[in-house]
Design a protein around this ligand. Structure first.
Ligand SMILES: *[C@@H]1O[C@H](CO)[C@@H](O)[C@H](O)[C@H]1NC(C)=O
Ligand SMILES: *[C@@H]1O[C@H](CO)[C@@H](O)[C@H](O)[C@H]1NC(C)=O
Ligand SMILES: *[C@@H]1O[C@H](CO)[C@@H](O)[C@H](O)[C@H]1NC(C)=O
Ligand SMILES: *[C@@H]1O[C@H](CO)[C@@H](O)[C@H](O)[C@H]1NC(C)=O
Ligand SMILES: *[C@@H]1O[C@H](CO)[C@@H](O)[C@H](O)[C@H]1NC(C)=O
Ligand SMILES: *[C@@H]1O[C@H](CO)[C@@H](O)[C@H](O)[C@H]1NC(C)=O
Ligand SMILES: *[C@@H]1O[C@H](CO)[C@@H](O)[C@H](O)[C@H]1NC(C)=O
Ligand SMILES: *[C@@H]1O[C@H](CO)[C@@H](O)[C@H](O)[C@H]1NC(C)=O
Ligand SMILES: *[C@@H]1O[C@H](CO)[C@@H](O)[C@H](O)[C@H]1NC(C)=O
Ligand SMILES: *[C@@H]1O[C@H](CO)[C@@H](O)[C@H](O)[C@H]1NC(C)=O
Ligand SMILES: *[C@@H]1O[C@H](CO)[C@@H](O)[C@H](O)[C@H]1NC(C)=O
Ligand SMILES: *[C@@H]1O[C@H](CO)[C@@H](O)[C@H](O)[C@H]1NC(C)=O
Length: 412
């Protein structure tokens, strides 16, 4: 046999392995949701029975759900968990189902904001429909961008449609509360959605409470042009007790970073960023005030402190992975791979454009600075609820070991 054919055999073997690795019946599902490893470890061998859709016009949002949303909801608590940049909605769903299994009367829903479209007949067992799902350019769902096939439908419209479904009370049967939680890029989604959406308003007359959990987002939506001064954002791990009382208007320095306040980092260019914003009724100032009054818990990993790409950053040992290679290696001060703490996949790098760095030098610092910002912005009237989690790197599965998070989801 010519070496060429060994290669062919290898390719064939690899293809067979890929088929074996894919979930039974998952042919036609996007790669982002096809790896069953995490779900199997969570005790869910197949997610087929949990796949459901939320209709939006001619399109649908694919979701995983433990409750049949065609029937009245009969659980007290619903956790909606928003996946991160990798789009692994199946992993987020299964981790949440396993992680909340000790809670009473709690259902889990995980939407899938994909980067390619899915046919309904591939998503739903027994469906023959060619209806297509909403999908987005890369991770732009994390800022309410329009779906690529439906220019009028924002990812925030899709979340509104999902919340509409789960907060209806047919025959007055409804859940008590819905928690919309997101981690990483999902945390970005939820933080901005909590600002943009009317759900969760403190003066809401809806019977179902809507609250939010924002965990380890790369960046936050700021509500004005104040930013932490440079003394507040040293390029190193500043620990879980960091706070800052030194904010200032960055506008006079904007020539150094002209996009620092453009949406998704600030409130510039809202209308051109999302069709959702052209339909807003409240003023941005009123929405920021409403945000401050919403029930939002921030969960920050104490080990989510790495920034291996910016120059001049000193990273702690937790960011270096012995005997692994990664590219780029990191910020050059160590021969080993610098990235997020193991066991997270390599390349969970934090955003480092100048506007990102103005919010802090790593995710933990950015989160704590945003807590300080909310106090500054509200003239001291806001006291955000947050918790820092020892040993939690950039790892969504750790959320379910956080008692404060579990209580938030399941206690009124
Ligand atoms: C999942 O598959 C494993 C191995 O085939 C089997 O032992 C287990 O019972 C299955 N679990 C469920 C929940 O079906
Ligand atoms: C959900 O409920 C509807 C209405 O009762 C029913 O037709 C449908 O088969 C159910 N779906 C699943 C997946 O159980
Ligand atoms: C979708 O995202 C995955 C990573 O999550 C990536 O590997 C893939 O290339 C992306 N597909 C498209 C069409 O952008
Ligand atoms: C679940 O409900 C039972 C009965 O009301 C109660 O005893 C138990 O403490 C609850 N468990 C949790 C985790 O809330
Ligand atoms: C779905 O699309 C295929 C290929 O374009 C077509 O042959 C089939 O009739 C369509 N099915 C439905 C239900 O529209
Ligand atoms: C996707 O986003 C990138 C980066 O913003 C942009 O350059 C590109 O034009 C977008 N593609 C589409 C199809 O919208
Ligand atoms: C988008 O929605 C607006 C208001 O809902 C409507 O006026 C407009 O015609 C829609 N545009 C498209 C392309 O559907
Ligand atoms: C509401 O109750 C009526 C009468 O019991 C029943 O016929 C109907 O199916 C119920 N609707 C839903 C959505 O459960
Ligand atoms: C809630 O407060 C907002 C802002 O003050 C106001 O516009 C809205 O009408 C209020 N809604 C209700 C139901 O009171
Ligand atoms: C955004 O669009 C809305 C609706 O078209 C409009 O009322 C508002 O003035 C626009 N805002 C800006 C800053 O252009
Ligand atoms: C280099 O990486 C090791 C772990 O492989 C770490 O213990 C050490 O602190 C790093 N050195 C520097 C200068 O960052
Ligand atoms: C890295 O590799 C060296 C040499 O193969 C080995 O001695 C060491 O135990 C490895 N370290 C880790 C953390 O795997």
């Amino acid at each position: 046999m010519a070496p060429r054919c060994y290669q062919c055999l290898f390719v064939l073997l690899a293809a067979v392995l890929v088929l074996l690795a894919a979930e039974p019946g998952a042919v036609g599902l996007p790669a982002q949701v096809s790896d069953p490893t995490v779900c199997i470890a969570d005790g869910i061998n197949s997610t087929a029975q949990y796949r459901h859709t939320v209709r939006l016009g001619r399109y649908f949002l694919p979701i995983y759900t433990t409750v049949n949303l065609s029937k009245p909801v009969t659980v007290d608590n619903i956790l909606i968990i928003q996946h991160g940049a990798g789009g692994e909605a199946n992993n987020f769903f299964c981790d949440a189902v396993a992680g909340t299994s000790s809670l009473n009367s709690t259902a889990v829903i995980a939407p899938y904001f994909g980067n390619e479209t899915v046919l309904q007949k591939d998503w739903l067992v027994g469906s023959a429909s060619n209806r297509t799902s909403l999908f987005w350019n890369a991770t732009r769902w994390n800022q309410g961008a329009a779906s690529l096939n439906a220019p009028n439908i924002s990812s925030f419209d899709a979340l509104d449609a999902l919340l509409h479904l789960v907060t209806r009370c047919p025959n007055r049967t409804c859940a008590k509360q819905v928690t919309v939680a997101g981690f990483s890029a999902g945390g970005q989604t939820v933080q901005r959605y909590a600002w943009a959406s009317s759900y969760g308003a403190a003066n809401s007359t809806r019977r179902v409470q809507v609250k939010f959990v924002v965990s380890d987002p790369g960046t936050y939506l700021y509500f004005d042009t104040q930013r932490p001064k440079s003394s507040c954002r040293p390029r190193q791990d500043t620990g879980p007790s960091w706070s800052c009382s030194s904010f200032g208007d960055y506008m006079p320095f904007a020539s150094a970073c002209p996009a620092f306040n453009d949406y998704k980092l600030g409130l510039n260019n809202l209308n051109t960023s999302s069709p959702y914003f052209t339909r807003l009724v409240g003023s941005p100032a009123a929405m920021s005030a409403a945000y401050l009054a919403k029930n939002i818990l921030y969960v920050l990993g104490e080990a989510d402190v790495c920034n291996c790409l910016s120059s001049g950053v000193t990273n702690p040992a937790v960011c270096f992975r012995a005997n692994q290679s990664c590219s780029p290696v990191g910020n050059g001060n160590n021969a080993s791979c610098c990235d997020m703490p193991a066991p997270q996949p390599i390349n969970a790098m934090v955003d480092i454009a100048c506007g990102d760095m103005l919010q802090g030098s790593n995710r933990l610092q950015r989160g704590l600075l945003f807590m300080s910002y909310l106090k500054t912005f509200s003239n001291g009237s806001a006291s955000p609820q947050f918790t820092t989690v020892p040993g939690m790197g950039h790892d969504a599965s750790k959320l379910y070991s956080v008692q404060k998070f579990l209580n938030f989801v399941s206690s009124l």
